[in-house]
Write a protein that binds this ligand. Structure first.
Ligand SMILES: Cc1cc2nc3c(=O)[nH]c(=O)nc-3n(C[C@H](O)[C@H](O)[C@H](O)COP(=O)(O)O)c2cc1C
Length: 266
């Protein structure tokens, strides 16, 4: 009697485990598409925010199709890369920065002396987004990421078509402290970036996030952003990641090519 009840208990337990595992796997498989779709929508939402486009009450997928032209680029040369040119299928729509950076074929290590953003590895290719209006590019939206105090901060920076003026910045993933480093999400702070000059007349990269407040009476104010108070480390992180990605090891070669391309359009 006792043996039989132990046997039964084990059978029932195994049965419950089996049913649960089937339920969990079914849920995981059936939710996968929804999760991927939500990730895609979230990316679009953040591209729009960086570009100052409205996101509330907007059919994001339709608006994205109308306004945004994504382009895969080779980071080193800045040249466009058709999806089909890569040896393994990498889709523009599902491009995953983290996976690409870690990939032995599609990612590369960053030498320590150049790694000012503290990211160790980066993708060899990136997807950038051209915001179009009446057939011509109005802004270029560039994915960026770098170390803050507690986390790697992922976002976008948008430049005007002069490729010098900042149009907007937005972070979609980070774990900085709300009220301190988390103020990178504060619309008032993000608004300071709009209209600032990333590069000077000679094409030198000048943008910097300083400690404290910018003295607006000084000529260099056009290149400077107020630091976040009580969040010196996050401030340094944003300063470094913007400098890295807009510099020669980031989008520098691409921005040069794009300049030529836009010049050809005029
Ligand atoms: C609980 C806690 C969370 C913090 N979070 C952040 C943060 O997200 N980013 C940051 O730069 N500093 C953060 N700090 C503050 C730093 O440790 C450091 O004190 C601060 O960067 C000094 O900034 P200040 O020179 O602007 O005052 C945090 C401190 C504490 C105690």
């Amino acid at each position: 009697m006792a043996t039989e009840s132990i046997k039964r208990t084990i059978i029932v337990a195994l049965g419950v485990c089996f049913v649960c595992s089937v339920l969990v796997s079914t849920a995981a498989v059936s939710l996968h598409y929804t999760q991927e779709e939500n990730k895609r929508l979230d990316r679009i939402r953040n591209i729009f925010i960086a570009d100052g486009l409205p996101v509330e009450g907007v059919d994001l997928k339709a608006a994205y199709k109308n306004i945004i032209v994504p382009r895969m680029i080779n980071i080193t040369t800045g040249a466009s890369v058709p999806e089909a040119a890569l040896s393994r299928q990498i889709s523009i729509e599902s491009f995953d920065i983290r996976a690409m950076a870690g990939d032995p074929e599609y990612g590369k290590p960053i030498p320590e002396e150049k790694d000012i953003a503290g990211i160790k590895r980066m993708p060899k290719y990136m997807v950038v987004y051209l915001a179009m209006q009446s057939g011509s590019m109005e802004q270029i939206i560039l994915p960026v990421y770098g170390k803050g105090l507690w986390s790697t901060m992922y976002g976008f920076i948008a430049l005007e078509k002069d490729l010098r003026t900042i149009h907007g910045i937005s972070f979609y993933e980070h774990a900085e402290t709300p009220g301190l480093g988390g103020e990178i999400d504060n619309p008032r702070w993000k608004n300071i970036w709009k209209g600032k000059q990333a590069f000077d007349q000679n094409g030198d990269l000048r943008i910097e996030v300083i400690k404290g407040f910018v003295d607006t009476s000084r000529p260099e104010a056009r290149y400077q952003i107020d630091g976040l108070s009580g969040a010196t480390h996050t401030t340094h992180g944003v300063d470094a990641l913007v400098k890295f990605w807009l510099g020669s090891d980031g989008y520098g070669p691409f921005l040069e090519r794009l300049k030529e391309e836009l010049h050809g359009q005029v």
